[in-house]
Design a protein around this ligand. Structure first.
Ligand code: HAM
Length: 386
């Protein structure tokens, strides 16, 4: 099926790695993970992303029971609206006032498949609820940069402030003379690559000051960014701060403030700021092989002894993949190709002497170690020494 892909081992190791980093950075910034349904009512997106957004115009997948006529259910194209729905429906914020949610999971958009654009893709995002100060924007952006910095990719952070709804109404009027093609001029601007002659948006004094203060805070933390005055984002729910992180000109993350999304859904006003990364795009851009954290155990006709060795290893918290009955050369070739760092090789001599051969697959060094030494600490030290 076009736009859908199978993620098999080796690639899946990269996805797991990104997830691991995401969970670690999320914990560091005080976020709690949430899981929400993949199916939502279409109305949720019509009321928040904007009926004329790409997401609502052409990208929603409808879900219905096989052979049923009609349903209003769709596969989620993004998580921000679902998060707001979930926290507001549950009264979760009534006591806490503030919350930081993190999510990682599949989203669905029916768009034309191309490089970095899939119909099922994984987003990893944060939503900070309850805080209206720019300190929240600052910390969220800092976290996004912390996260993306783990992947050895060159990225740029683009920042803007799109003011209030009134600012954008004025700007739309100004731009309608400029673009003159009948569509919402902000949508046209969002898709325009060369903006050199396009007038910039004028925003109110309060947001102007917020933008300056946010820039100063980021600069003080040595966060590099560029001000892109034409960055408007393709979803309707944003106000004030918006940003994107790009790799080779393609957005790997987008986010910003959406203080009025909850009230658009009929709930009490709830200040909020968030972002979402496209995990597939991070994986596509990653320049390094993720280390295989398993040990390749190669059993050369010594099944019972190997079973004992593997039990010892697993008790010592070492992850083992056992190559039962595969010849040594083949097993070593596969383990090297699959980025294993270490192999344990077990033959008749090892059984007789109660030892194993530990091979470093990167340096090709090999050492004999005693079976009783297969404790985690001993192996950790030995690994470090090799
Ligand atoms: P978005 O800009 O639509 O924002 O998507 C965020 C990221 O998801 C994009 O920068 C991109 O990396 C990835 N992405 C989007 N569509 C695709 C696709 N078809 N294939 C692969 N990756 C894709 C949002 O979704 C907002 N909910 C972000 C947000 C969170 N704003 C506030 N909180």
């Amino acid at each position: 099926m076009r736009g859908f892909k199978d993620i098999l081992p080796l690639d899946s190791m990269k996805f797991s790695y990104v997830r691991k980093i995401f969970e670690a950075v999320s914990a560091k910034y005080g976020c709690d993970l949430i899981e929400l349904p993949i199916v939502e009512d279409a109305e949720l997106y019509f009321r928040t992303s904007g009926t004329d957004s790409d997401v609502c115009q052409k990208e929603l997948f409808e879900v219905r029971r096989y052979k049923d006529e009609f349903s209003n259910w769709v596969l989620r194209p993004e998580m921000t609206a679902s998060c707001v729905r979930a926290v507001c429906e549950s009264n979760f914020l009534q006591e806490r006032k503030l919350a930081r949610l993190a999510y990682i999971g599949p989203m669905f958009r029916y768009n034309r498949p191309q490089k970095g654009r899939y119909r099922q893709f994984i987003q990893a995002g944060w939503e900070f609820f309850g805080g209206s100060g720019i300190e929240y924007d600052y910390e969220l952006i800092l976290g996004a940069i912390d996260f993306i910095s783990h992947f050895d990719v060159k990225f740029t952070l683009e920042l803007n402030n799109i003011g209030t709804a009134a600012d954008r109404t004025k700007y739309r009027e100004q731009l309608s003379g400029f673009f003159q093609d009948g569509r919402d001029p902000l949508r046209v601007l969002d898709k325009t690559e060369d903006c050199s002659n396009v007038p910039c948006m004028k925003i109110n004094d309060e947001d102007r000051k917020k933008f300056d203060d946010l820039c100063k805070m980021l600069q003080k933390s040595n966060v590099c960014f560029v001000h892109n005055p034409y960055l408007v984002r393709g979803l309707d729910y944003y106000n004030s701060t918006v940003f994107e992180i790009k790799i080779d000109g393609q957005a790997v993350a987008g986010g910003g403030r959406y203080d009025y999304l909850a009230s658009k859904l009929g709930y009490k006003e709830l200040p909020a700021v968030g972002f979402a990364f496209g995990v597939d795009r991070i994986v596509d851009a990653m320049n390094f092989k993720v280390e295989n954290d398993k040990i390749a155990v190669i059993c050369l006709n010594e099944a019972n002894y190997t079973a004992r060795v593997v039990e010892n290893c697993r008790n010592a918290a070492l992850n083992c993949f056992v190559f039962w009955g595969l010849d040594l050369k083949k097993a070593l070739t596969i383990s090297s190709k699959e980025a294993y760092n270490f192999a344990i090789i077990i033959g008749e001599n090892e059984r007789i002497s109660n030892t194993v051969q530990l091979k470093n697959l990167n340096t090709k060094e090999q050492k004999e170690i005693k079976l009783e030494d297969l404790s985690k600490n001993f192996i950790d030290n030995l690994f470090r020494l090799i």
